[in-house]
Design a binder for this molecule. Structure first.
Ligand code: FES
Ligand code: FES
Length: 163
């Protein structure tokens, strides 16, 4: 039995220790925000927060997570009461198909927990590991700039004017 802390709740799962966290989240805990894209740490669709930092859950064995805090997008807000980053993604209509968006939101959250006043270069570097097959990257960047501002900060040298 493996003990996990997911979205603030203690959870126990009876799985092989080498099972990727993504499978445990989706199949055992029925948390479906994080998505399977490549399974190889190359697309970011599966990104979650581990102790506040972005992590590819598809290549993270669940055994490594004992005593660490896992946060998925389900832990950042709900459809009724979206969190700050979610609100910004909605306001900027940053999703097309939406498949990459939970990973994008997790990655943006990790950045904005580190600093709410990132430079444009840091913003782009932080978001770079997540890919959007629909090509909404510019809207996604706008959403993260908006979220930074909503948190009382803002991108210091935004590539586009922020409203
Ligand atoms: S599914 Fe994990 S990085 Fe692509
Ligand atoms: S909105 Fe479709 S993959 Fe990003």
């Amino acid at each position: 039995m493996i003990h996990l802390n997911v979205n603030g709740a203690e959870r126990q799962v009876d799985v092989d220790p080498s099972t990727p966290l993504l499978y445990v989240l989706r199949d055992d805990l029925k948390l479906h925000a994080a998505k399977f894209g490549c399974g190889l740490g190359q697309c970011g669709a599966c990104t979650v927060l581990v102790d506040g930092e972005a992590a590819f859950s598809c290549i993270t064995p669940v055994a490594l997570l004992a005593g660490r805090r896992v946060t998925t997008v389900e832990g950042l807000g709900t459809a009724e009461t979206p969190g700050v980053v979610q609100q910004a993604f909605i306001a900027e209509q940053a999703a097309q198909c939406g498949y990459c968006i939970p990973g994008m939101i997790a990655r943006a959250e990790a950045l904005l927990r580190q600093t709410t006043t990132p430079s444009e270069a840091l913003l782009r570097t932080a978001m770079q590991p997540s890919l959007c097959r629909c090509g909404t990257h510019m809207r996604i960047l706008r959403a993260v700039r908006r979220a930074a501002k909503a948190m009382g900060g803002g991108v210091t040298d935004p590539a586009e004017p922020t409203s």
